[in-house]
Design a protein around this ligand. Structure first.
Ligand code: GN1
Ligand code: MG
Length: 369
């Protein structure tokens, strides 16, 4: 709970349609603070109020700029009748302006707040509910990419420099390792050895990008399962929210991130890390859904690097969690001292499970072409 103004006072800085009835924490984001806002006379939440973490996003106005460009583009395509939707529902959260005319509100202490509409009749999940839902999630990510595949990346700012650049995370890790105390902990030793054995492969996507094999495209950046909204009645994917990290990138970052989140049935917060497994059937359903919507713009090179992305992104997240743990948890919110170490173990175990099933995963990818 932020100090200073109350949440209701902060919400009142925006152009609401009526008085606030309730404000409650929403989701369990690890970077920003997020709340749902219900107005009087409404049964359901009406808005999502968010305080951007300006340690992570040092130029929040650029985040808003990307969001505005993105929303205008997608809304225009939806108005024109996007053929890929085939009559399905697809929603983009609407930005609610602040009373004084800007798109966000800056508190006296520098906190950066913004408000967007809540997508009505939607729900999200922490773990995937089966193959049909997996296919929907893949289709949702594919639709999201397809809708912005013609949005020029040159117009989008790099709001989070180094995001998903695995070699940069490895450099940061080595820097932290070099300065921190020596820890006599078998889990730390395991993670260090795990990283050391995989340093060779961290640049695979960046090198493909530098060679021009993979193009920069607009991406979501964080399409984990709980950011995909599903229609409460039909179960169809209807929106991908949490749009802070929309910026130029590789669709491979998104595909890898979606799969590392959705194909881990125990979820990324499980305490039973040794039981974590990557489910290839869920992976197949997600990728089939994805290419249904995105197949039109994918190139042969894109397919060639899918396995590399599926393996790399969970490794990268494990490295990010481990590095954060070693450095005293400056980035991800934690609930207990070893939280980021436990999260790292989950992602590393998931990476190992992917490596063990490389042949099966590659044959799933071959079946998509
Ligand atoms: C962070 O804040 P949240 O939970 O939406 C992180 C993602 C990670 C995710 C892991 C900007 O997302 O990259 O995959 O935690 N976002 C940022 O749960 O670093
Ligand atoms: Mg996020």
């Amino acid at each position: 709970m932020p100090e200073g103004l109350s949440l209701a006072e902060i919400a009142a800085q925006f152009l609401l349609d009526g008085p606030v009835a309730a404000i409650d924490p929403l989701g369990n984001g690890q970077v920003n603070d997020t709340y749902r806002v219900r107005l009087e006379g409404s049964e359901a939440p009406c808005f999502v109020l968010q305080r951007l973490n300006t340690q992570v996003f040092p130029q929040p106005e650029l985040v808003m700029g990307n969001l505005l460009l993105f929303s205008a583009h997608v809304e225009r395509r939806l108005r024109q009748g996007f053929p890929g939707l085939r009559g399905r529902r697809w929603e983009v959260p609407r930005i609610v302006p602040a009373r004084h005319g800007t798109q966000s509100w800056l508190e006296a202490d520098g906190s950066f707040w913004r408000l967007v509409s809540f997508v009505a009749d939607s729900e999200s999940f922490e773990t995937i509910g089966g193959l049909a839902q997996a296919r929907e999630v893949g289709l949702g990510l594919g639709l999201f990419h397809a809708l912005i595949s013609d949005l020029p990346v040159e117009g989008l700012a790099d709001t989070l420099v180094g995001f998903h650049i695995t070699p940069t995370y490895l450099e940061q890790y080595h820097a932290v390792l070099g300065t921190g105390p020596i820890r006599d902990d078998p889990d730390v030793a395991f993670c260090q050895a795990f990283v050391a054995e995989r340093e060779w492969g961290v640049a695979v996507l960046e090198e493909a990008k530098a060679r021009g094999d993979l193009p920069l495209r607009p991406i979501h950046g964080d399409p984990k399962i709980n950011n995909m909204l599903m229609d409460v009645t039909s179960g169809e994917a209807i929106a991908l929210v949490d749009l802070d990290t929309v910026k130029p990138g590789l669709v491979h970052y998104d595909i890898g991130d979606c799969l590392r989140s959705c194909c881990n049935p125990l979820g990324e917060e499980t305490s039973d890390w040794s039981a974590v497994r990557f489910d290839p059937q869920l992976c197949k359903a997600i990728l089939q859904g994805y290419v249904t919507a995105a197949g039109g713009f994918l190139t042969p090179n894109d397919y060639d690097y899918l396995y590399a992305a599926i393996r790399l992104i969970p490794f990268e997240l494990g490295l990010r969690f481990f590095c954060d743990y070693l450095g005293g948890n400056p980035y991800f919110k934690t609930r207990y001292p070893r939280h980021n170490l436990d999260r790292a173990l989950v992602q590393f175990r998931l990476t190992a499970s992917i490596e063990e099933q490389e042949t099966a995963i590659r044959s799933i990818i071959d079946g998509l072409r």
